[in-house]
Design a protein around this ligand. Structure first.
Ligand code: NAI
Length: 417
């Protein structure tokens, strides 16, 4: 069998992790049953690059159950769990990934995934699609289309579409309601704090937490910080988002002002250099720096390194930077997404919806991709609604249905004074 994993003997531990999340992913379970019956992906090659932990592994097995020939790698050098990758290899899925890959190894793993010559691509952040448009364009011949998981990846795709260089249609799974309203907000909100707390073993209550970016992820992180008893400051570049943060009860200010006040800083903007040299000059002794945005460019690491007279690893995933005046700053998980590089990622119940969208969007792309133009598409409303309906059913929750009179009233124009 074709695979690159750190240690295949870790497979039993990875399998236990996958079995655990499967128990908490009822929507994906229902889709798995359907795929098993219909064999919708029979003979179809699906290339996947998503943070390789248990929920992603379960998605890969669901696609395989539907007949797909899956090849998979991680989407970040620090987020792969070696036992989970080994479990996939033992399940005869082509997996190429390991934790703590060098930049060269990481890219090599993505290329191995593409060498399977995919029909469908499932990407997280845009690295696979980018390779298919550059170095690996010779492997893109039979790509029908693909799906993108995160905000940063969708932005990259939209820029490619605008520049007229996108070579196949892509589905913006991130922009589905059942994705960003839950995954970005509640998933990131919870898992970022799980990651920070278990990495540092420090208290959040009473601390001043600075969240850079009040998008869907930032809202979740700020909401959970407040719930944990922190004082929360938001920094933004968008005046409307800043007002929203203000009305949600948070203090808003520029990073230049917040730098001197924070005990914990979390960047989640999709932008670069959000925290940089001039900010390190003002920070308090002991400040913790973490990133939850897709790439490790939000906290400027070269400038932090340059500002320090020495560094050392003080705990797993915590790097201490000693500044010349005696202050110490601490960078978590090398500035990579802290919830995945220093945690297990989002809760399984959240990824249940995100990956149900991925599975159904991949099916949609397979069935409709050839008729679509080389553009970025919204997930069809019926897919979003179906995922929500199955989730509600699994929660045992009911909702009301409109009576014919209510329907006429709501959508008609004849009523009123
Ligand atoms: P969003 O577009 O909803 O929000 C980003 C916010 O950051 C916007 O309000 C924008 O105005 C603000 N912003 C941009 N540059 C800024 C700067 N220099 N300073 C302050 N604010 C700035 O995006 P979303 O969905 O919240 O995603 C943010 C990042 O998190 C993306 O890179 C995305 O791919 C990633 N992401 C990470 C997840 C994780 O598990 N850690 C999960 C989902 C998304």
């Amino acid at each position: 069998m074709d695979y690159i994993v750190r240690d295949i003997s870790l497979a039993p531990s990875g399998k236990l992790k996958i079995d655990w999340v499967r128990e908490h992913m009822p929507v994906l379970n229902e889709i798995r049953e359907e795929f098993e019956k219909t064999q919708v992906f029979k003979g179809v090659k699906v290339a996947v690059s998503i943070h390789l932990e248990a929920k992603t592994a379960y998605l890969a097995t669901v696609l395989k159950a539907g007949g797909a020939d899956v090849s998979i790698s991680g989407s970040n050098p620090l987020s792969t769990q070696d036992d989970v990758a080994a479990a996939l290899a033992a399940d005869e899925i082509k997996v190429y990934s390991w934790y703590n890959a060098t930049a060269e190894e990481y890219k090599g793993h993505l290329i191995k995934v593409l060498e399977n010559k995919p029909d469908i691509v499932i990407d997280d952040g845009g690295d696979l699609v980018n390779l298919l448009h550059n170095e690996c364009s010779s492997l893109a011949g039979q790509v029908i289309g693909g799906c993108e998981e995160t905000t940063t990846g969708v932005l990259r795709l939209e820029a490619m579409e605008k520049a007229g260089i996108l070579n196949f249609p892509m589905m913006a799974v991130n922009d589905a309601l059942c994705k960003y309203l839950f995954d970005n907000r509640y998933g990131t909100g919870e898992s970022v704090w799980t990651g920070i707390m278990r990495t540092t073993n420090l208290i959040v209550a009473g601390k001043t937490v600075v969240v850079a970016g009040y998008g869907w992820c930032g809202k979740g992180i700020a909401m959970k910080a407040k719930g944990l008893g922190a004082k929360v400051i938001i920094t933004e570049i968008d005046p409307i988002k800043a007002i929203e943060a203000h009305m949600d009860g948070f203090t808003t200010m520029s990073m230049d002002d917040a730098a001197a006040l924070g005990d914990v800083f979390i960047t989640v903007t999709g932008c670069k250099d959000v925290i940089r040299g001039k900010h390190y000059e003002k920070m308090r002794h002991g400040a913790l720096l973490a990133n939850a945005g897709h790439f490790d460019v939000e906290i400027n690491k070269p400038e932090l390194q340059a500002a320090a007279k020495g560094t050392r690893t003080v705990r797993h995933n915590i790097e201490e930077f000693m500044l010349p005046d005696g202050r110490k700053l601490y960078l978590l998980a090398e500035g990579r997404l802290v919830n995945l590089a220093a945690g297990d990622g989002h809760p399984a119940e959240i990824m249940d919806m995100s990956f149900a969208l991925q599975a159904l969007s991949a099916k949609y792309m397979l069935e409709n991709g050839k008729e679509l133009g080389n553009r970025v598409y919204k997930v069809a409303e019926e897919i979003d609604k179906r995922v929500a309906a199955i989730k509600l059913k699994s929660l045992g929750t009911t909702i009301d249905r409109l009576t014919p009179e209510q329907e006429k009233y709501l959508y008609g124009w004849e009523h009123g004074e």
